[in-house]
Ligand binder design. Structure first.
Ligand code: ADP
Ligand code: MG
Ligand code: MG
Length: 249
């Protein structure tokens, strides 16, 4: 589904990704772990097409297409979803408005009919219930005054509504208490665990991987993938730390 080959990228002339190679097959959840400043969020932003991130070398193929040929909104319409480490606040726009506009914009790009108000509300209620987020929260402005955990749950409601084929989730577990972590993890499983879907799950913690069980685990350090293994690699990192695993790699 996603094939990243020798990716180099820079911000403000500073090289962050330095030859990153990684593949995710359909049906796989691939966890990315790595020390602070390794380039994990940069990878997520480059895949999403955030302005200011310049790709200087390498290729990314998404579902057989050159990802960099697609504008960010075309990537989203093609089924790519990016969950942010720091979700942004949008004062003046309610979650319901935002989500409905986002969904119908994607449907339009794909040549599909928009959902009616009634159809949309039913879908939104289903997904809010899955993430145990009160519908009242969805009537409020996007993320304004939300706690860290509420922002992450609202973002997973968004993922449920957009129903992407591939999700890049950047530290979706940060700021979550134990109960919210379980709810969000089970939400990710319910929305994304499917033979035709894939996930890049960026996280620092085994506790999320206890709920969302990865098929593969890779370590990103210094802008490259330095080790890849199965779920046992995450347990080793938790026990021995990055330095030991990276020294060996
Ligand atoms: P991670 O998510 O793995 O913690 P990031 O991708 O956020 O790491 O950052 C990787 C490196 O890029 C860090 O050294 C960070 O300071 C640097 N960086 C991030 N954004 C910018 C920017 N806008 N300008 C310059 N350097 C940046
Ligand atoms: Mg970080
Ligand atoms: Mg980060």
């Amino acid at each position: 589904m996603l094939k990243i080959d020798n990716l180099h990228a820079e911000i403000d002339g500073k090289q962050i990704l330095k030859g990153l190679t990684l593949e995710v097959a359909a049906g796989e959840i691939h966890a990315i772990m790595g020390p602070n400043g390794a380039g994990k969020s940069t990878l997520a932003y480059v895949l999403g097409g955030r302005p200011g991130y310049e790709v200087t070398q390498g290729t990314v193929t998404f579902m057989g297409k050159d990802l960099f040929e697609l504008e960010p909104h075309e990537r989203a319409a093609a089924g790519l979803f990016l969950g942010f480490q720091y979700p942004v606040e949008i004062p003046g726009v309610s979650n319901v408005q935002f989500l409905r506009e986002a969904l119908n914009a994607q449907r339009k790009t794909r040549g599909e009919e928009p959902l009616s108000g009634g159809e949309f509300l039913k879908l939104a209620k289903d997904k809010a219930a899955l993430l145990r987020l009160d519908m009242e929260m969805l009537k409020r402005h996007v993320n304004v005054g939300f706690s860290g955990g509420e922002k992450k749950r609202a973002e997973m409601v968004q993922m449920g509504i957009l129903d992407p084929t591939f999700a890049v989730l950047d530290e979706t577990d940060s700021g979550l208490d134990i109960d919210a972590l379980r709810i969000v993890g089970e939400g990710i499983n319910a929305i994304m665990r499917a033979p035709e879907k894939g996930v890049l799950l960026i996280t620092h913690y085994q506790r999320l991987l206890d709920v969302v069980k990865p098929d593969k685990v890779s370590v990103l350090a210094g802008g490259r993938i330095v080790a890849t293994g199965g779920p046992e690699l995450a347990l080793r990192l938790e026990n021995e730390g990055y330095d030991a695993v990276m020294a060996e790699a």
